[in-house]
Design a binder for this molecule. Structure first.
Ligand SMILES: *Cc1c(COP(=O)(O)O)cnc(C)c1O
Length: 445
């Protein structure tokens, strides 16, 4: 079966050119560093477009699929534009994400508003702008969504977020009746939710069920089982209330290859399992084929993005590790320190037959835990060399911070030799732009 970009460590256009320098999207990385500075997030447009197309092609034979890009992986206006042009809607989880899409001149009418503690203003913003679906997470929110809809004199199409009792870890998963999760309605709370919608909440229109079972998923069988749980519930609801819900949102979660040990399935393998489960379980439970929503985040942008750093100081611990520091770290990529995520990297400019050594790539932030890559073997790195860390496209910029008051890096989008800024590098002026000094502090001078 066809390989898809999430199964590679490197973006599709990454090559070493005739000068032994890495290039991406037809752009030499040394030139990118010289022009835009480092650290720099670089996104390969071809990789994003290819994976978006693979998602669509994989479901070609199933006419009722809505692709939603999970914005939390990386959302800026250009990414919204790009995925909209590939026919995707958005999985949005905050007013900020909604605002970003709207401010790019796009609609949210095909999008889903998710999250376990949406506030009233965010709900109003979504409904005012005709959000496609709100995935209602809990009873308090259900009352708020109805109230907001009523105040705008609108009906809102909703899904119920449920915890299907399937929990996914990367290499194993557990199935239980109840799940200790902060997200969604427990299976035993669905009936009460439906009765409230039927009897009290006149501005809510229930369209279907939503679940999301985890992230960085390598085992396609969890999708089979998740869909079975959702369709079984739809059958049960039909028997009890005589309504056949016509939509299921199965969430995102497909994994990507961060290092040689990772073996994610292709999008086509995932799609086959999803479609097989729909086929088997609609037959088993005597249901119409539902409209499916899929919400991939990491697998859309993860592989497309790399981070370029400049090497600075280094330290050889006597009889111990050699640490090589770069000009970024946990503030632009918190995943190694948060989740012990393992990344790979290459030296950007390699000489032929260069001497190699095993080093630990350290960040510049004031935490011993700020290590980007432990024990990696690379050609010798000297101050001023460039290092390219792979697979930083998802949950990097979107989780970045100003820790140590370090400026957030820029991001560029590359394609066919062209590189364009999609987020500017922060400046010191940006950094203090929201600071205020109360007048009374000036009196003590
Ligand atoms: C995080 C999340 C996603 C995306 O997950 P990925 O692992 O990035 O694909 C999709 N849907 C929901 C509800 C999520 O919380």
């Amino acid at each position: 079966m066809k390989n898809t970009p999430n199964q590679n460590i490197k973006p599709l256009t990454l090559n070493r050119n005739s000068d032994f320098c890495l290039e991406i999207g037809g752009c030499d990385m040394q030139n990118l560093a010289a022009k835009f500075g480092t650290p720099l997030y670089i996104y390969d447009e071809q990789t994003i477009r290819q994976i978006a197309k693979d998602y669509k092609n994989a479901f070609n034979n199933y006419p009722k699929v809505n692709m939603m890009y999970a914005s939390k992986a990386f959302m800026v206006q250009s990414v919204a534009k790009l995925l909209d042009s590939e026919g995707f809607g958005f999985d949005l989880v905050s007013g900020g994400e909604i605002y970003t899409v709207l401010s790019a001149g796009l609609s949210i009418e095909k999008s889903v508003f998710n999250g376990s503690n949406k506030n009233y203003d965010e709900i109003l913003l979504a409904i005012e702008n005709n959000i496609g679906r709100i995935s209602v997470d809990n009873f308090i929110e259900m009352a708020m969504v109805d109230l907001a809809a009523k105040s705008l004199d609108k009906k809102v199409n909703i899904l119920l977020r449920i915890t299907p009792g399937i929990e996914c870890h990367t290499h194993e998963y557990i199935q239980t009746g109840h799940l200790d999760s902060k997200f969604g309605f427990d299976l035993t709370q669905i009936d009460e939710a439906i009765e409230l919608i039927n009897d009290e909440y006149e501005n809510l229109v229930l369209k279907g069920l939503h679940a999301h079972i985890g992230s960085q998923i390598f085992e396609t069988k969890v999708y089979y089982d998740e869909i079975e749980v959702l369709l079984k519930e739809i059958r049960r609801i039909k028997d009890k209330y005589d309504i056949e819900l016509s939509e299921i949102n199965i969430g995102g979660g497909l994994g990507i290859k961060y290092n040689q040990d990772d073996t994610p399935p292709s999008i086509y393998e995932m799609a086959d399992v999803i479609l097989k489960s729909i086929e088997d379980n609609t037959r088993k439970y005597g249901l119409e084929k539902p409209l499916i929503y899929i919400e991939p985040g990491r697998s859309i942008v993860g592989t497309s993005g790399v981070t370029l750093y400049t090497v600075g100081s280094s330290k050889q611990v006597p009889n111990g590790r050699k640490y090589v520091a770069v000009d970024g770290g946990m503030a632009d990529n918190p995943r190694p320190s948060m989740y012990q995520a393992v990344y790979t990297a290459d030296k950007v400019e390699e000489e032929k037959c260069e001497e190699k050594e095993t080093v630990t790539i350290a960040g510049r932030f004031c935490e011993s835990g700020d290590i980007l890559i432990k024990d990696i073997t690379l050609p010798k790195l000297n101050a001023g060399d460039l290092l390219c860390v792979y697979n930083t496209g998802a949950y990097g910029y979107s989780m970045s911070s100003n820790y140590n008051r370090v400026l957030k890096p820029a991001a560029v989008l590359v394609n066919n030799g062209q590189a364009d800024i999609i987020v500017e590098r922060e400046t010191y002026e940006h950094l203090v732009s929201l600071d205020k000094i109360p007048e009374r502090l000036n009196r003590y001078e």
